[in-house]
Design a protein around this ligand. Structure first.
Ligand SMILES: [Zn+2]
Length: 360
């Protein structure tokens, strides 16, 4: 894909309103983007299976994975004063939530702007000034003054999805994107780009790009996609948290403009060691920068693919600063390097090499 097209795609993907269980807007956008290179199937959970057009029967399968959902919220109930009590979808920390601009999709499918309400400092006690309330005590205000108004006029009640309302910007001078939901829209964009890159090519393997739903609430979609695709090899394209602004150099393992991160460990995943080393070798051979990381927090779809299928799996991560917050930075350079690495692996892979990953 040309750089301008990639930037346009990345911005559109990041701006899509899609949180766990409410992925439809992004599913539509992704499907539109890849339909010329892949045959599309969508299941009832909104997992998307994009099978490369040149796939043939009886060939081994490489599953690419990215997830469509991003962290968001869901309305729980409307308070007597019209403010809305809400529940997080995915891993938020409470101090990133107050004063956040959001939009709620109401019963009529309209997007209603709102804000996570905060008491003005004029009214705060000393202890309120120095403490963030629990999420259960926070509310979203859409400007209503009563429960009836919120329910009858704003058409907001229990079970409406709430999205972070931030528009993505790209700065050509710095090569940086600034916006929301890069996790995992940049992984999904990388997956679309890989399909586009290989569109007229006959690869040694069938390629199925699976866009999984509900990752942020427990990798739920990827359990289903792995069962359905039955891959022989899997590459997870994940946007992963950068640590380069708060970790000493010697310990920093994921940073802007240092290339994608190959995950050596997280809380639920260890890659196939031979496949991992092979990916590093392919990157070296092609002069693609990368880092390796051992994490004591976090997880991703690779764990679900392993659990269901056991295929050799690696994670190619695109670094994102301030992941799971409303404002993130990510670099075009890292996105491109992640695409290049995935494409190089697919082009280089043979059945013999694949067999070697499980041969001890
Ligand atoms: Zn993610």
């Amino acid at each position: 894909m040309k750089k301008e097209e990639e930037i346009k795609m990345l911005k559109a993907f990041a701006d899509a309103n899609a949180t766990s269980g409410f992925e439809e807007e992004f599913v539509k956008l992704f499907t539109e983007t890849v339909k010329n290179y892949a045959d599309i199937k969508i299941d009832g959970m909104l997992n998307v299976y994009a099978a490369k057009k040149q796939n043939k029967a009886h060939r081994p399968i490489i599953q690419l994975d990215a997830h469509s959902d991003a962290v968001g919220f869901i309305t729980q109930a409307v308070r007597p004063n019209g403010l809305i009590k809400f529940v997080p979808l995915g891993g938020w920390v409470k101090y990133n939530i107050p004063a956040l601009r959001v939009k709620i999709r109401n019963r009529d499918g309209e997007y209603i702007p709102g804000v996570v309400a905060t008491k003005p400092p004029h009214f705060m006690t000393e202890s309120e000034r120095n403490n963030v309330p629990d999420v259960a005590d926070m509310s979203i205000d859409v400007g209503s003054s009563s429960r009836e108004e919120t329910i009858n006029d704003y058409k907001i009640d229990t079970g409406c999805p709430i999205f972070v309302d931030v528009k993505c910007e790209y700065n050509d001078k710095t090569g940086l994107f600034f916006g929301k939901d890069f996790d995992d829209r940049f992984g999904a964009a990388a997956m679309a780009d890989v399909l586009q890159e290989l569109k007229d090519e006959q690869t040694n393997f069938n390629i199925v790009a699976a866009l999984s739903s509900q990752e942020e609430v427990g990798l739920r979609g990827a359990y289903v996609t792995a069962r359905e695709v039955k891959p022989d090899l899997a590459i997870v394209l994940e946007s992963c948290p950068a640590d380069d602004t708060f970790t000493p150099d010697w310990l920093s393992q994921t940073g802007l403009k240092r290339g994608p991160m190959l995950r050596d460990m997280d809380t639920s995943f260890l890659p196939n060691p031979k496949f991992q080393q092979y990916a590093c070798d392919v990157a070296d051979k092609n002069h693609i920068p990368y880092t390796r990381s051992v994490r004591t927090g976090g997880g991703q779809d690779g764990a679900a693919i392993y659990y269901e299928n056991g295929a050799p799996t690696i994670v190619i991560g695109i670094p994102v600063r301030y992941e799971h917050s409303p404002y993130c930075f990510s670099a075009y350079h890292d996105f491109k390097a992640a695409v290049d690495l995935a494409v190089a692996i697919i082009r280089d892979m043979t059945e013999e090499k694949l067999a070697g990953f499980s041969n001890f």
